[in-house]
Design a protein around this ligand. Structure first.
Ligand SMILES: [Zn+2]
Length: 216
């Protein structure tokens, strides 16, 4: 499957050829419709006018080999047919901004706190969160982290998704001198994100959570 969401993460409509159908489940030759991966939630939308209730990727970790879409009913189209694929534009826009923001927060946290262990992260349209193994309360450091994040975001830094030299189903998120494997959808420049608001939650001893919210 050709990953159009990597070629252009701003594209919200495409046509595709149906390659497989199994009951309510379909596969396509190409798609803009992202499936939950690397903590980023799936897009919402339609295939051939039918609502997609689940998008599930095939592949490990950050790589995305193929995607199986579950429709809310059995499709009336057949294998080989051309269908329209549409996604919720506003949801994608927020996911794009918050996923890029989460990576920036990760690196700024390491800059300020030193090496910390990441225990998980999730990118939702309304907020992103990242869990750290850190044995002191983060509350007192949070204003400093938030300020540094917002200075960086306002600093007009380009973000690029570079191909892996060996695995064609894997991309590298790059910005500043930072680089991490990531299959997500991202903004092209940090200024698109706008100012970020951070909040902290303690999730038990040695477990600190930072939540990120868009403010524009
Ligand atoms: Zn990522």
């Amino acid at each position: 499957m050709k990953k159009l969401f990597w070629d252009d993460p701003y594209q919200t409509e495409c046509t595709a050829t149906v390659t497989e159908i199994d009951g309510n489940m379909v596969k396509l030759d190409q798609s803009i419709f992202y499936a939950f991966s690397g903590g980023q939630l799936s897009d919402e939308g339609t295939i051939g006018g039918i609502t997609v209730i689940e998008a599930k990727k095939e592949g490990d970790k950050e790589d995305i080999v193929d995607i199986v879409y579950t429709l809310e009913r059995e499709p009336d189209f057949k294998v080989g047919d051309t269908v329209d694929v549409k996604i919720d534009e506003k949801r994608r826009e927020k996911l794009r901004k918050l996923h890029s923001a989460a990576h920036i927060v990760y690196y700024i946290v390491i800059d300020i706190l030193g090496k910390v262990k990441i225990n998980g992260s999730e990118i939702q349209p309304e907020k992103a969160r990242m869990d750290f193994g850190y044995d002191k309360p983060l509350a007192e450091k949070l204003p400093e982290i938030e300020k540094a994040v917002n200075v960086f975001i306002a600093g007009n830094h380009d973000i690029a998704m570079l191909p892996d030299t060996e695995k064609s189903d894997l991309k590298w998120w790059t910005c500043n001198n930072w680089k991490m494997p990531c299959g997500g959808t991202h903004v092209k420049n940090t200024t698109e994100i706008g100012p970020l608001r951070l909040s902290r939650k303690n999730k038990g001893k040695g477990r600190e959570r930072i939540e990120m919210y868009l403010t524009e």
